[in-house]
Every structure is written in structure tokens, then in C-alpha cells.
Design a protein around this ligand. Structure first.
Ligand SMILES: [Fe+2]
Length: 490
């Protein structure tokens, strides 16, 4: 824990706190020092990651962890002479809102978890700032910094300079939102993404692009109410959405007396609605009702030989996770929230929820699979979770995930990475070995070491996660805890 003087008492903060609260320390392209091991010869390309980099101004924290302005990290793995060399860059996304607040040195705008700091009658159109902080998508000649409440921001793939809001060649219309959790078909390279249009007649917007970013199809589906749909999943021929039983209190939200996060109500007596979309036509072909749960993230989905669907996800039994993540913004967490990794089973023909299966019963999230297995059966899932032996739910409340793990769907076995206490790994991403079959390679994670206040990049062979990393690289400055990333091969 870190002690920090408060007005009247000494408050202790968790070890991860500097990597949330401190404004991102940007850095220009910097060759990374190898601390241990050796870089694999085949690891050639760039890891991009996004997350909140500005959580406090003039002593005021944001309302929610999701409100921090986006900061993007690029770690490029190339060569220097005949030796592998990694170089990293870290940049704030220069959104118009970020620039205005930088100039004013105070918060000016509303966001997911905060209202604009002015009388409610002066709050026009919610004064929403695009935080550009959730994920990244490399599309054509640019990197898109994604945020689910608005358009993406384009950045330069090399130096991470911000180009500006990007409509994807006119595919996005003013007012439309573009989610942070796109999916890419590994065979065709097609990019699927969605957005929610709130209002009296809410809609689920659907887009499919080719691998270069050219729009193939766009469709607007009427949905019964606004829910919080953060992620989606491909499963064989289907594109699947799970709408948790969350209602938006429209009036206080429209009157700008409640921020979006506070206007969301968990309704435990209502079902989760599952929508199956035909991936070709983008038509809804089935609606399935299931027990009430909430998920931020899916792992993967696939069609079974009997025509049923299997989908993996990190499942919460309620929406307390939203409050938990809100409290991250102040470094003092009192609300517990735990997810389990589960597989649900659906019957598209009979439009029935067939049940679920517990895969991993410890708190976890950020499930990922090999990009080559998206929408198809996948043996291994990689997750963020707590270290083995760290089992006290009271301690969970204050702690960020302390390790990453691999789940083997064939054996049910869990393999943990050995990450010391006080270190915080990012979402694990599998980078395929170009000499392999696409399912194996290396696991990359950006580590914040709260013991020494340093940032590192750790690399493990995907089949030896339990062993020491084969390479550890020192970042010039620690990088803030973030959300999602992507890999772009050289
Ligand atoms: Fe996410």
C-alpha cells in the first residue's frame, strides 16, 4: 500500500494506484532495454494498447475509470542490425475535448460517469467528451483509437500523432457511435462492429467492412430498450449480442441531472436477451432469453456439429462491477465484483438457452483467444485473474488483477503466469509465431510494477506461461493501467 497525506488523515492507496491516478508520461520512440532473456527472432510487428491516461485535473478525479482520456502505447518489435530490437512510443489521443481541458486545466465536459461541471440548465447536448480510451483497431493506413460513445479517432501508425475523428469513409453518420469491441473474421479479414443509438426508439447499428476498411454492409436494428452492450462475439455463421437486463433512466439522463453510468439500473427480475445476427445479411434471425447476468467481455464463440452454439464469457451475476470500476477512479474500492469464466450453450433453431458450464471459478476478465480462432472452436483462452493463493474476497475489492492464466478447454486445466505480488499485467494477447499454425506463439503483457513504480513488457511462449518470461523489456516510464490492445504483424 502507498500512504498519501489527506486533509485530516493518512489514506492508504493500493500499489496499482499511481498507474491509474498519475497523468500518462508520454514518450517519443525509445529503444527498450532488455532486462532479462532474449527477444524471439520471429516476433516482428507492433503491439498497440489503449487505456485511460488522464484521470485527474486540479485535484478532481474523473467520475469513473472509463472517463479518463485515452493514451495509446505502441511497442514495435523489429531489428537493429542483425539483432531483434523493440522500440516503444506512448501518446495521449489529442481529442478536441482533451485539448480544451488541457488549455483550461480543469474538467469541462461530461462523460460516461460524470456530468459537465456547470449548472444543469447550461448543460447542452450532454457536453459529452470523446474519451478515445478503450481499444485500438489498425485499419488500412491508420490506427483507430476506439470509444463506444462516439466516432473513433485516427492516429498515425508509426508516431501515434492524432489525425482526428474518422467516419470510416462516410460509413458513420453524425450522432452514431462505434463500439470498442470489433471482431475480425480470421479467414476473410472482414471487420464487424456495432454501436448503440439511444433515444425513444433505440437501435443497434451494425457494420461490416472488408479488411481494408471499405464498408460492405450497414444495418440498423430496432431494439426494445437501451442496455449496456460493451462487446459482441462471432460464432460460426452468427454474430451474437447479449443485452443484460439494464435499463436507462431516460429522463434524468436527458435532463442532464444524472450521468449515463448513474442512470443505468440493474433489473434482476428481467432476462438477458440474446440476439443472433446472420453474418451475411446482418438480419436478426433469433432472439433468446436467458437468466439475468452481466458481461463486459466475451472470450469466443463457435458452432457445434449439431448446430448449437457455444460462447465463452466472463460472467457477473449483477452490475456491481460498474460501481467497482467507478471506485477505481478514486483509488478506494468498497464494492466487490467477481466474474467467472463460463461457456453458455444456445440453440439457434429452437431459439432456446440450453444452459451453461463453469470453466474457471476465480474472479477473472479480459478473456482472449488466438486471432486465427475467432468464431471457431478454440482450445486455449487467456485471461486476467488474481494470483493463486490470493483468495480473500475482502482483498479482491482493492486489488487489480495480479496475474494472467491460460484455460485449456480440452483438459479444463488452468496455467498461471508467475507474476510477483505488487505487479499488474495488462490483458494478455497472443501473438502468433509466423512459423506455426497461428494458434501458438507468444503471450505479451504490459506490466506495471507497483513495488518499483516501473513499467515493463513481458513475453512468454504461449505453451509455457508458468515458466519465467523469455524476455522482459524496460519501458522508459511506467504506462497507466489500460483496457485493450491489438497486434499488427510486420
Ligand atoms: Fe472492454
Amino acid at each position: 500500500m502507498v500512504a498519501s497525506p489527506d486533509r485530516e488523515q493518512v489514506t492508504t492507496y493500493p500499489q496499482w494506484w499511481p498507474a491509474v491516478q498519475r497523468p500518462a508520461i508520454e514518450f517519443a520512440p525509445t529503444p527498450l532495454r532488455l532486462i532479462a532473456g532474449a527477444l524471439p527472432e520471429g516476433l516482428q510487428g507492433t503491439l498497440y494498447r489503449n487505456g485511460p491516461g488522464r484521470m485527474e485535473r486540479s485535484g478532481q478525479s474523473t467520475g469513473h475509470w472509463f472517463d479518463g482520456d485515452g493514451a495509446v502505447l505502441a511497442v514495435r518489435f523489429g531489428r537493429s542490425g542483425d539483432r531483434p530490437q523493440a522500440t516503444a512510443t506512448y501518446r495521449m489521443v489529442q481529442t478536441a475535448g482533451y485539448q480544451a481541458e488541457e488549455a483550461a486545466d480543469r474538467w469541462l465536459f461530461a462523460n460516461y460517469g460524470q456530468l459537465a461541471p456547470k449548472p444543469w440548465w447550461e448543460r447542452v447536448g450532454r457536453d459529452l467528451k470523446n474519451a478515445a480510451n478503450t481499444s485500438v483497431l489498425a485499419l488500412g493506413d491508420r490506427l483507430l483509437a476506439l470509444w463506444e460513445g462516439g466516432w473513433p479517432h485516427a492516429m498515425d501508425l508509426d508516431d501515434l500523432s492524432t489525425i482526428g475523428l474518422d467516419s470510416l469513409g462516410g460509413a458513420l453518420q453524425p450522432g452514431e457511435t462505434f463500439a470498442a469491441h470489433y471482431k475480425i473474421d480470421p479467414q476473410t479479414g472482414e471487420v464487424y462492429n456495432f454501436g448503440i443509438l439511444p433515444g425513444p426508439q433505440p437501435k443497434l447499428m451494425l457494420w461490416r467492412f472488408d479488411r481494408t476498411g471499405k464498408l460492405q454492409r450497414k444495418r440498423a436494428l430496432k431494439i426494445p430498450s437501451v442496455s449496456l452492450i460493451h462487446d459482441c462475439v462471432l460464432a460460426g455463421r452468427y454474430w451474437v449480442f447479449c443485452a443484460p437486463p439494464i435499463a436507462l433512466d431516460l429522463l434524468p439522463a436527458l435532463l442532464n441531472v444524472q450521468c449515463f453510468s448513474d442512470a443505468l439500473r440493474w433489473q434482476a427480475d428481467r432476462p438477458t436477451q440474446i440476439w443472433l445476427i446472420d453474418r451475411d445479411s446482418l438480419e436478426r434471425v433469433a432472439t433468446i432469453e436467458a437468466p439475468a447476468w452481466f458481461q463486459w467481455h466475451f472470450g469466443n464463440g463457435w458452432e457445434n456439429p449439431d448446430g448449437t452454439l457455444s460462447i465463452t464469457l466472463a460472467r457477473y451475476w449483477d452490475f456491481a462491477t460498474n460501481q467497482h470500476l467507478k471506485e477505481v477512479a478514486r483509488g478506494q474500492i468498497t464494492t466487490p465484483a467477481q466474474a467467472q469464466f463460463v461457456e453458455i450453450h444456445l440453440d439457434p433453431q429452437g431459439q432456446r438457452f440450453l444452459g451453461d458450464r463453469l470453466l474457471f471459478d476465480r474472479h477473472c476478465d479480459f478473456p482472449t483467444v488466438a486471432a486465427s480462432e475467432v468464431g471457431q472452436p478454440s482450445r486455449y483462452s487467456y485471461l486476467s485473474t488474481h494470483r493463486p493463493g490470493f483468495d480473500d474476497p475482502e482483498q479482491f475489492k482493492q486489488e487489480q488483477f495480479g496475474t494472467i492464466a491460460r484455460h485449456d478447454a480440452q483438459t479444463g486445466q488452468i496455467t498461471y503466469a508467475a507474476i510477483p505480488e505488487g505487479c499488474y499485467p495488462s490483458e494478455p494477447l497472443l501473438v502468433p509465431d509466423p512459423a506455426g499454425d497461428g494458434r501458438s506463439g507468444w503471450i505479451l503483457s504490459v506490466i506495471y510494477d507497483g513495488r518499483s513504480d516501473q513499467g515493463e513488457v513481458w513475453i512468454w511462449p504461449s505453451d509455457r506461461l508458468e515458466a519465467d518470461p523469455i524476455a522482459r523489456l524496460a519501458l522508459p516510464h511506467p504506462v497507466n493501467l489500460g483496457f485493450h490492445g491489438t497486434w499488427v504483424p510486420a
